[in-house]
Design a protein around this ligand. Structure first.
Ligand SMILES: [Zn+2]
Length: 400
């Protein structure tokens, strides 16, 4: 049964993906009230939204500005003269920043840092966001506004819990999405739940196998920012990083399993589309990692990547092979490269696996089938074993 299921699933991803449109969510969140007032030399900026929306609040330098990133929000009701008469603010801009994310920008005429950004629930429901800005020195402003300061709202730094016998190589397993980021949704089924189930099953298999240790980036329904997932793997000293997902396409048909590795250079259109969906994750949770000012980071990452790319590609090839192992007669899982933020650990070979497509009826059924999940996890374990073997052999060769 399982083999038959696998056979039908691991056939070609029928990529009519080219016209994939962005996901379907329309902005339902409305801004219902705003106030911007002087508070001594500082400012208080309050916003009331009709629904709870993820947010992040931070400042950037050159030019000095406050950014309020929100889930997709209709900002048409923002009064135009909000900043009038306030010497601290030279301009107020807002709009849809990119799909799924709206942004409000206050251009600051003097250095003001975020003292607090508090969320509360008004009596009628929704969300009230109160941001307090206080004056500071240009130096302190610059420090507080460095791009890598990130958003004020961040998941806690968790000490990674590593399971398995000391000394064994560590595999970081990343169940995509989580918490308020559901990932793909289809007929009441959420990507975040499916991938967590497979991640746990894979962990159990790897521990049982006795050749691995495992760290999960999340073992609960919680949101972890993409950068933090990579950090967990790095702090644990992981040998490899494997991120699990199950996507949807909104147009065309796609089925089967896809293995992705990172590539800045040779992204296919399909990979770009899927990467865009997966990278939305942080935006959904209200975290803006990728400021406009991180070109330097990009360059450094690319440099660091050249070496890891070869490792990651070998890793991805081995995993893709393992996944079409049970399916000899047709085109199998796909192997692609894309700009996934979660794959940007410069020093750990990393792959992202779309286990299947929740937009496909058959895939959706399989993805929820515990027997199928187990078979998938077994294939992943076999791939990891083979990869580890090859890597260790190569290390041996290098030594000789
Ligand atoms: Zn995903």
């Amino acid at each position: 049964m399982v083999n038959k299921l696998l056979k039908s699933n691991l056939i070609a991803i029928v990529f009519a993906l080219f016209g994939v449109s962005a996901p379907l969510s329309a902005a339902e969140v409305q801004v219902q009230g705003t106030a911007l007032e002087a508070n001594g030399n500082g400012l208080v900026f309050s916003l009331v939204f009709s629904e709870k929306t993820p947010f992040s609040v931070y400042t950037l330098d050159n030019p000095r500005r406050l950014l309020v990133d929100l889930g997709e929000t209709s900002l048409e009701n923002m009064p135009s003269g909000l900043a009038a008469g306030l010497p601290q603010v030279s301009a107020l801009r807002y709009g849809l920043f990119q799909h799924g994310q709206s942004r409000i920008v206050l251009d600051l005429s003097s250095p003001l840092v975020v003292k607090s950004a508090a969320a509360s629930e008004p009596s009628g429901g929704g969300l009230r966001l109160t941001i307090e800005l206080s004056p500071t020195s240009p130096e302190a402003y610059a420090t507080a506004s460095a791009p890598d300061q990130g958003a004020l709202w961040r998941a806690e730094q968790l000490a990674p819990e590593i399971e398995g016998e000391a000394g064994l190589p560590i595999i970081a397993i990343d169940a995509g999405h989580g918490g308020l980021d559901f990932g793909a949704r289809q007929e009441g089924t959420h990507e975040k739940d499916i991938v967590l189930q497979v991640a746990r099953t894979l962990r159990d298999l790897l521990i049982e196998d006795g050749r691995f240790r495992v760290v999960l980036t999340r073992d609960a329904d919680t949101y972890i920012p993409l950068g933090e997932r990579v950090e967990i793997a790095r702090r644990a000293g992981a040998r490899a990083f494997i991120s699990l997902h199950a996507d949807v396409v909104t147009r065309g048909r796609a089925r089967g399993t896809t293995v992705f590795s990172l590539s800045e250079a040779e992204e296919s259109q399909q990979a770009v589309t899927i990467a865009t969906l997966e990278n939305r994750s942080d935006l959904v949770a209200g975290i803006s990692v990728e400021g406009e000012d991180d070109q330097l980071t990009q360059v450094l990452l690319q440099l660091a990547h050249r070496e890891t790319d070869a490792l990651s590609n070998r890793f991805a090839d081995t995993m893709a092979e393992a996944l079409w192992h049970h399916n000899e007669d047709e085109i199998k899982s796909r192997r692609m490269a894309g700009g996934f933020r979660v794959l940007r650990a410069p020093d750990i070979p990393s792959v992202l696996i779309e286990l299947g497509f929740m937009s496909d009826e058959t895939d959706l059924e399989l993805l929820q089938d515990t027997e199928w999940q187990l078979a998938m996890a077994e294939n992943l374990r076999d791939g990891l074993s083979r990869w580890l073997q090859v890597e260790d052999d190569m290390r041996g060769l290098l030594r000789n």
